[in-house]
Write a protein that binds this ligand. Sequence first.
Ligand SMILES: Nc1ncnc2c1ncn2[C@@H]1O[C@H](COP(=O)(O)OP(=O)(O)OP(=O)(O)O)[C@@H](O)[C@H]1O
Length: 363
Amino acid sequence: MNPTEHPPDTPAPEPADAAARPGPDRCLEVDGLSVSYRAGGGEIPAVRGVSFDLEPGSKLGVAGESGCGKSTVALALLRLLPRSARISGRVLLDGEDVLDMRWGRLRAVRWAGASIVFQGAMHSLNPVQRVGDQIAEPLLVHGGAAPAQARSQVVELLEQVGLPAWRERSYPHELSGGQRQRAMIAMALACRPRLIIADEPTTALDVMIQAQILRLIDELVTGRDISMLMISHDLSVLAETCDRLAVMYAGRIVEEGPADAVFAAARHPYGAALSAAFPRVGDPASRRAPRGLPGDPPDPAELPSGCSFRPRCPEVQERCSEVDPVLWPAGPGRTAACVQVLPPEQDTRPPPGRDRASETTGE
Ligand SMILES: Nc1ncnc2c1ncn2[C@@H]1O[C@H](COP(=O)(O)OP(=O)(O)OP(=O)(O)O)[C@@H](O)[C@H]1O
């Protein structure tokens, strides 16, 4: 993300400009993405004006506590949200707006343009279908492969993710958690997408297997020049794997920058608390609770006035109840949404986004 492109006091570019922009330097461009869910007679604002870019071959990690909107962002990118969701903003995949795509085009883009690796492969894989058949499905349906071709590609994919060919005949329950996640990765890679979205891909695994799977994802993605958006509550996992990090809180990105810089010295107090909470992957030290962070994230339907992080912030100031900070430059290639980096006179309007109702995929 480059906040200097759309400073908060400058109108966002017209949709036509962005759609016409050739996309060789941006594999993914998310602009003012907002998602709310209709529930209990009200609206839950799960994601509020999130913007970020992904260059071809780059890896962005999105971190944040449970409920901050990470998975909603991931699902919105491929319009996989439930019917109760309303989306606004723009999601340009190689310059094409996913939120405006017709169904036929959207079906073609899923798997072949971008694919998702979900957390907990046991729930994502079909328990009564052999692993090889599940990996073959996107090849047959979306990749245009003939059955014999798909079969040989499945064997190749299994080898690439470190599973022996005979595993194609296994059912998911016959695999370990790590092996199932490898099978999911093989499926996600099957149609050679330009973008992989990995939503908590190692959360259910123990630390050693987690490190192996992260290494595997890194090798496969880097070797093929695939871009990756990886989502995790664990900042250290992301710092290990990604070039850049975005930290989300209460539906917004509150900090973004080069992975090492954000992990080593976050500019937002929430980013600092998250990095203090997680040692590096493989570090035998046990996980620490977020330091100096009392309480829980706010209910998105009842956000506090001013900065949403204010009630938990160890560095809270008087101004924080009046100002809802926007992302602001906070060092080379970095932004943070905190009054500590925001100039006192700065307007705090969130970036604009276009309203439109989401459509459901039935998935
Ligand atoms: N289908 C839904 N209907 C209503 N509210 C929802 C729905 N899905 C998510 N939410 C709400 O939207 C907010 C963001 O949820 P989301 O799952 O995106 O967060 P997350 O950061 O991915 O959390 P986790 O890591 O626990 O999955 C939460 O308050 C959640 O309760």
